[in-house]
Design a protein around this ligand. Sequence first.
Ligand SMILES: [Zn+2]
Length: 321
Amino acid sequence: MANLSRRAFAGILPLGVVGGGLLPLLAPGDAVAAPVAGPVTPLAQIKIGRFTVTALTDGYADMPYTFFPGRSAAQVEQAAVAQKIARPSGVRFVFNQYLIEDGERRILIDTGPAGSIGKTGALPQALAALGVSPDQIDAIIVTHMHQDHMGGLIAGGQTVFPKAELYIDRRDVTHWTDPAKRSTAPDYLQTSFRMATDVVRLYPRLQATDGAREIARGISIVDLTGHTPGHIGVRIADAGQSLIMVSDTVFPVVHPAATDVTFLFEQDRAAAKAMRDRFFASAAAEGILIAATHMPFPGLGRIVSDRGELRWQVADWALQD
Ligand SMILES: [Zn+2]
């Protein structure tokens, strides 16, 4: 089992994940809480062996019920109603990011839409609440080149994380910087194509990776091609504990109950279905702890088989011994 460290817990208590409203934020080591204006920035931490993994969130956006090919809008809304999470504006997607620390390096997974969709742009505040400045991020793994995963890399035409190496799968780098692909892509993907070109230009320390690969001891890229050509996950493993960050393999409301329902942004629906057919079955068999970008914060859970149906079981991440 993954344990929440007591030290980590002491650090997150003031950050408002257990209560609503405006709470004072504590930077690690601060003796006095400094009130911060604006919405609460939630942080949640979990220990995986020697790693501390902190869930951060850039914000949220509601995806219309019409955005889920394979099901009618009425069917998706009905599923949301049954799960007691229906909203007039659609399915609420959170944008979670994950910071991995081992005492030496800080590796961030994804950077959120940064205001390009919905109510987002909170990641810098979340990092600041943790006492981490952008130039302290050593590496960033971008799980795929959709705007809601890489938007925070750039602000005002400038690099946000000047010292970070970037890891992005080569298939996504190739796809999202291809002018021919861009010219035939629908409007709602144009922002991602534009951002991808900017990211490649502004991050000379980009390493295009080829499928599965260990990028640091205990941190491995997992090939989850399907959502995009180079969609990847990240497996964090140490001392018999592990966590797999699966990015957009699991969406709220519709997954993991079915694999034949996809998302509007998935251009190759057969590949997206194949990805989920493979992953959901193996994740349920293994019972592995999962972090998923768009599941309710902190996005930690497991896929469990319940009377022949697969469902999402929120992980008991807090207050563990
Ligand atoms: Zn996404």
